[in-house]
Ligand binder design. Structure first.
Ligand code: MTE
Ligand code: HPA
Ligand code: MOS
Length: 755
């Protein structure tokens, strides 16, 4: 293929980049409201745990502008919004399980009136003591599951040296710029159309239907784009949409529900905090031979997707390393926090921190440089290449990304310069850290690894592309459009992008697990390829040449000889006249996955995305503050579908991960009320936190050995793990092996004062 038609792999800008900048991109709250639209507001719990004795809705009903006030008895279907299990109410009936939990919904003429009326409701609650710490948890929500290999106890007893550790890592608020929002428009009879800012339109459809007590087919969900999601709109968007739909059903008017930031932060789940306890055996060279570890996730009050998060934490606990004899457990414990949920990495980042904690202790105990210890323990090479659950890692790629990050950052030179700096500076200390990750790509639940697409070619040659994936800023729409443009060899501008809609592509998986472009890319390829094959056959007849002589190039369709040529549009018109369909669905299911969840064994992932990072920090030993001075990242994207988009993902994920591990601290008061409910108290990274030296590089000629779409690899979540380099650099600067995250100034000060 010639240069112009290499659309797959081109660094095209995000289809909405300009629209995002000018404000032309329409989010749900920007849509023109249909005549008669009402606005809803949640009534939420002021306590973390308690018995709801009475809920008098009358004070809200008497407030100006109020049209309806709805509680659990107003639900025509089920009062259940759980994505997997059936155990989560939309509105509390008896026991309040967390601060900010929804009790009722007020519907009014304006949003302000709805919010004011919601505040007028004073629930009668008998407070119960809340469980707020993992350490105080009593009931497992899921698991614990055990991942085993060899005989960990015997190996630990036989090891020349042992070490142990206990550390914790906090949760994280998604802080999407566009909060949770849905606009429900009632149709005829039971019909309901809901514009929902959601990663999972099909689940929205199901939960709306469950709450309304109607068949799935009566409900349609649409989403053109989200203003960020990061996992926070995988399950939480569904209940927001269901609440809006419930109000629309009752009033028979369009209803919009947009959560204010405070309510959004209190009422929707976050990343799971983790507590780790481990014992490791190792030899004098720092090779880890045995590991026994327990990881406990704070699941919050209900299951949500904690099962999947726990599984991903387990399957990432040994990360890019190899330990012959091990036993690692992971479960999610019940607390009186909001139910924790998907967040970029989905437990993978939490799991992968275990080995880096172990490595830091082993390096300290043996006196070896941590990077030497790291390299000694990589999977592959002289070590076994299989993960504890039995899937092979690519040791060559692990070593390659590590070596390239070390080289990019001039590791050895920086080490020497940092030593010189630290020797002379009285209060500031610099530190250097590295992190390597192997992130498994596929949903942990095998049946979710499927996707559909619907492609139309119109008779002028313009194209319409719909698929089941959702756009949250990650660039999925442009990537999938590139796949279709490549198949037809037409300019990218001729591929029109349809909003994600349950009526166009049904029964979809969430856009999650970084699989969006893998799954929808193949589905769209299959749809476009089916049309292309039909078009080639019409062209062959027209030219009088063999079908396999027909080529699609640069918006043209060529036959066997030079004068046999039509534009793509001319051929489309000929197909129509010949009564050949120009529309097709495409479907894809990831092959070769097998997973035994109970045994924690099998091949859960189609492949791994590898990455490495080196970061340098400086800390102030008087205040505990720090700055990240540099970051050099190398991320394997296979043959990138779009290097511009992928680089943006690498940069964004790293900075988001850095926020998680450093400045983003969720704080609950002793009564269990989340008090960090806005940007003034919850600090996400700003532009000035981006390291002044910041190089995010795609691994060159990264070989995709699995049959992925155009040999690309997923990139959405994996680079978030690379922020572990900042955590490690902070440990190095503070001269400690143990450092809980997020590394607040208080924690850094205390860490430095440990013996
Ligand atoms: N990038 C942006 N800009 N906004 C987002 O909300 N979500 C992340 C990642 N990148 C997100 C993002 C998460 S959690 C996932 S799983 C992937 O995008 C999902 O999209 P993909 O599968 O198309 O990569
Ligand atoms: N990632 C994100 N969402 C999911 C997953 C996963 O691995 N499994 C089920 N939902
Ligand atoms: Mo991403 S946490 O899988 O939505």
């Amino acid at each position: 293929m010639n240069a112009v038609t290499k659309i797959a792999g081109a660094a095209l800008r995000h289809d909405s980049a300009v629209k995002h900048a000018t404000g032309e991109a329409r989010f749900i709250d920007d849509m023109a409201e249909p005549a008669g639209t009402l606005h809803a507001a949640l009534v939420t719990s002021p306590v973390a745990h308690g018995q709801l004795r009475a809920l008098d809705l009358a004070p809200a009903r008497a407030m100006p502008g109020v049209v309806a006030v709805l509680g659990p008895t107003d639900i025509p279907g089920e009062n259940d919004i759980a994505p997997i299990a059936r155990n989560e109410v939309l509105f509390v009936e008896t026991i309040i399980e967390h601060h900010g939990q929804a009790l009722a919904l007020v519907v009014a003429r304006t949003r302000d009136e709805a919010l004011r009326a919601a505040a007028a409701i004073k629930p009668d609650i008998e407070a119960l003591p809340p469980i707020l710490r993992i350490q105080d948890g009593r009931d497992w929500l899921v698991g614990p599951f055990t991942m085993k290999n060899g005989d960990a106890d015997t190996a630990l007893a036989a090891a020349p040296f042992t070490a142990q550790g206990e550390f914790e890592v906090g949760g994280q608020e998604h802080f999407y710029l566009e909060g949770q929002v849905a606009l429900a428009i009632p149709g005829e009879g039971a019909e309901m159309l809901v514009h929902s800012s959601t990663q999972h339109p099909s689940e929205g459809q199901h939960i709306i239907a469950r709450v309304l007590g109607v068949p799935y087919g009566a409900v349609q969900v649409q989403c053109r784009r989200m203003g960020g999601a990061f996992g926070g709109k995988e399950s939480n968007a569904s209940w927001v949409a269901a609440a809006a739909a419930l109000a629309a059903r009752h009033t028979n008017r369009p209803v919009k529900l947009r959560l204010p930031r405070k309510a959004d932060m209190a009422a929707t789940g976050k990343r799971h905090p983790f507590l780790y306890r481990w014992r490791a055996g190792f030899d004098a060279a720092g090779r880890i031979t045995a590991l026994v570890a327990d990881m406990t996730a704070d699941g919050g009050h209900s299951v949500d997707m904690s099962g999947g998060v726990v599984m991903r934490a387990l399957t990432h606990a040994i990360n890019a390393y190899s330990v012959a004899d091990l036993r690692v457990t992971c479960g999610a414990i019940k607390t009186n926090h909001v139910s924790n949920t998907a967040f970029r990495g989905f437990g993978g980042p939490q799991g992968a921190m275990l080995m880096d904690d172990v490595l830091a202790h082993v390096a300290r105990a043996t006196g070896h440089d941590i990077e030497a210890v790291r390299a000694r323990n990589f999977a592959g090479g002289p070590n076994p290449s299989h993960t504890p659950y039995g899937q092979a890692l690519e040791g060559d790629l692990i070593r390659r990304v590590h070596a390239e990050a070390m080289a990019d950052s001039s590791w050895d030179r920086r080490r020497a310069e940092i030593a010189a700096f630290n020797a002379t500076h009285p209060t500031l200390r610099r530190g250097l850290g590295c992190f390597v990750s192997a992130f498994g790509i596929s949903f942990g639940i095998p049946h979710l690894n499927q996707a559909g697409a619907l492609v139309h070619v119109y008779t002028d040659g313009s194209v319409r592309l719909a698929h089941g994936g959702t756009e949250m800023g990650q660039g999925l729409f442009i990537k999938v459009a590139q796949v279709v443009a490549e198949v037809f060899s037409v300019p990218i501008e001729t591929v029109g992008l349809a909003a994600t809609h349950t009526a166009e592509v049904p029964n979809t998986s969430p856009t999650a697990a970084s699989t969006g472009s893998d799954l929808n890319g193949w589905a769209a390829f299959n749809a476009a390829d089916a049309i292309r094959t039909r078009m080639a056959s019409v062209a062959a007849k027209h030219f009088g040449c063999a079908e396999d002589a027909v080529r699609f190039e640069d918006g043209q369709v060529l036959g066997a000889t030079d004068n046999q040529r039509l534009t793509f549009g001319e051929l489309a018109k000929k197909c129509w006249l010949a009564r050949v369909s120009l529309s097709a669905t495409g479907y894809y299911a990831t092959p070769d996955l097998e997973w035994d969840m109970q045994a924690v064994r099998g091949k859960p992932f189609f492949y791994f995305s590898y990455g490495a990072a080196v970061s340098e920090v400086v800390i102030d030993t008087l205040t505990g503050e720090h700055r990240v001075l540099s970051a050099h990242l190398v991320q394997d994207c296979g043959k990138s579908l779009n290097p511009a988009i992928d680089r943006g993902q690498i940069e964004g994920a790293f900075i988001q991960g850095m926020g998680w591990l450093t400045s983003e601290e969720l704080w609950w008061d002793p009564a269990g009320r989340l008090r960090t409910v806005g940007p003034s108290t919850y600090k996400i990274p700003g532009s000035r936190d981006v390291p002044p030296v910041f190089q995010a590089r795609i691994l060159e000629a990264g070989p995709a050995r699995a049959n992925t779409i155009f040999r690309s690899k997923a990139v959405g979540e994996p680079p978030l793990l690379l922020a572990g380099a900042v955590w490690n650099a902070l440990k190095d600067a503070a001269g400690v092996a143990h450092l809980d995250a997020p590394v607040s100034p208080e924690r850094l000060l205390r860490a430095g004062q440990r013996p």
